[in-house]
Design a protein around this ligand. Structure first.
Ligand code: 5GP
Length: 211
């Protein structure tokens, strides 16, 4: 994977300098989604930033809750209109992106957006938001563990599983670029560690009673 950093677009200087975000990244199947859900249960001021994607909806996913499911044309139109904070072709032919409007909505409601995005997207944001974001890398422990988790999830075809594992191996090389690396060997200890790190990050802005 070639990490090619690019400009964020129309986020104003004020937004860049004063607003916080939590960006959770790492290979698909490392447990990001579960950890993000846990965080949001514990800290009501956090709000999941729903991404847009062109991948087909899975089993119990809901449009507008898990993703905004768009056609490729719809997605590309939004790219043209600079509506994305970042966007990537995460897997061949499958586009994913963070909508600026989604982030703005959180900030307008005095919430802190939590993004669950791939490594390349996270590093692109890091280039522009550095000090005001917490960049978390969820590490699966090892590739074998990841393979088992993806198989167990049962959402991927053999071909898709192969692609996800190949990409995961590359993504692991970038873990050191992140502020925090959470090793998800045990969900319980990973959840607690993540919560502690996020509270610490937020604490200079608000007291724990507001959290
Ligand atoms: P999945 O198809 O399993 O939901 O997601 C595949 C990968 O795309 C995951 O690593 C997920 O974090 C990432 N992803 C989800 N939304 C976005 C996004 O808005 N931008 C980027 N760059 N990656 C995303």
């Amino acid at each position: 994977m070639n990490i090619n950093l690019k400009a964020l677009g129309n986020v104003t200087e004020d937004e860049r300098m004063t607003k916080k975000m939590i960006v959770v990244s790492g290979p698909s199947g490392a447990g990001k989604t579960t950890l993000v859900k846990y965080l949001m249960e514990k800290l009501p001021r956090l709000q999941f930033a729903v991404s847009a994607t062109t991948r087909p909806l899975r089993g119990d996913e809901v449009n507008g809750r898990d993703y905004y499911f768009l056609s490729e044309d719809e997605f590309k139109e939004k790219v043209k209109l600079h509506e994305f904070l970042e966007h990537e072709e995460v897997y061949e032919g499958l586009l994913y992106g963070t909508l600026k409007e989604e982030i703005k909505r959180c900030w307008d409601n005095d919430e802190i957006p939590v993004l669950d995005i791939d490594v390349k997207g996270a590093l692109n944001i890091k280039l522009h938001h550095g000090d005001y974001c917490l960049f978390v890398f969820v590490h699966p422990g090892d590739i074998y563990r990841l393979q088992e988790r993806l198989k167990h999830r049962g959402t991927e075809s053999d071909a898709s599983l192969k692609k996800r594992l190949a990409r995961a191996e590359e993504e692991l090389n970038y873990s050191q670029e992140f502020d925090v690396v959470i090793y998800n060997r045990s969900l319980e200890s990973a959840s607690h560690e993540l919560l502690e790190r996020v509270v610490h990050f937020l604490n200079d802005e608000m007291s724990s009673t507001q959290l």
